[in-house]
Design a binder for this molecule. Sequence first.
Ligand code: HEM
Length: 406
Amino acid sequence: MGERDSRSDAGITRRDLFWGAGIAVGSAAIGDRVGQVVRTTEFETVVGSAIEPFYGEHQAGVRTGMQAHGVFVAYSFSTNCNSETLAGVLRVATSEAERLTRGEPGLSDTDPELAANPARLTITFGLGHTVFAVDSGMGLSSQRPIGFDELPAFSFDRLEPTWSEGDLLVHVAADDPLTVSHAVRHMTRVVSSIAKPHYAQRGFVRAQGVAPLADVPRNLFGHVDGVANPTTDAEFDSHIWAGADAGWFAGGTQLVLRRISMKLPEWDTLGSKDKEEAIGRRLSTGAPLTGKSVHDRPDFDAVNSRGLGVIPEFSHMRRAHTGEGRQRFLRRPFSFDDGFFPDGTPNVGMLFAAYQQNTTEQFLPVQQTLADFDILNLWTTPIGSSQFLILPGCDAGGFVGETLLG
Ligand code: HEM
């Protein structure tokens, strides 16, 4: 049947429906209209004009449902950066970021047209360890939050300085790559008087509309990734957001960003069963090997006829499992695909972003267990590592960082 034949009474083509329905399922508000005839332009506008609130107790970009595109931009402070100049820049950066997230150009925007589609833009600010170093000249060494300790070297690390550390973080994410690019460009200009770019790590999840938002995304190994994550207010309060006892840092969270290279050609030589046992979940549904659907609770006690764990002892999921315990943290992994190295091997992997109240009590022991042994280490190598304090949020009229620097 030709496209002409598929035209509905309302004059909509099959192509219109394809695009319309695809984008519609990405939004609960318009999801009900899937199957109805709705003009493409309506959906396009819905994705482009969607706004994530900027102000609040916590910064956006942590609990926010993951956008399609994300970039972590780390900057190095220039010698003129001190607590006063940093406060001044964060004040301006806050108000410029807030404007961009609601589709308004920044006041000093050189390309205001590019701000028109916020597409759920979030701009999240963080500070690295150097800010709290005794010799930083900032005078903030006594303000370092508990648990924000530098991670030790792990045996399997092959860290490259290019992808590690950083003094200031601006994490930008949106459902439109052009929006992300413009925001990074603008924010880089805004902070340029005190900081120069160190790296930009770009990643992606999946486009808006290709699957219902509630579906857990997949990583480049083909597995669903992000199932065992905190979701409720209570879980965020007990594991992710710093509490009132954290003083100036209350409402913030600690980020560990690991750049992990993935050996896809080697992974691709495995059969499905091996790929499933390496993780402990099924490729098709994402269900644990002891369950039927993705959110079924894994049964780590179940054994097969040979007395071995159905979820194997060596599986990544069992090794990393924290249950409801103190170590639990939030994982927001972006994939990256940067083409090929000169020898033809793919330059691909994961920007593994872990958020928690206390890095030493939560991330560190899990990472140590995986470094000691994780079957996934056969196909993955950490090549970058950075830690940032994601600052508490602020109200209109305030600025991100005010509780530390204001
Ligand atoms: C490229 C590297 C990695 C890949 C491909 C990967 C993939 C996965 C997958 C597919 C799952 C199962 C689905 C889910 O619960 O989300 C999972 C679970 C998990 N991963 Fe990873 N992961 C990687 C690195 C890491 C690292 C570096 C850590 C921590 C240091 C980590 C911690 C966890 C945790 C805590 C779970 C949940 C386990 C549970 O309680 O069921 N992963 N990962």
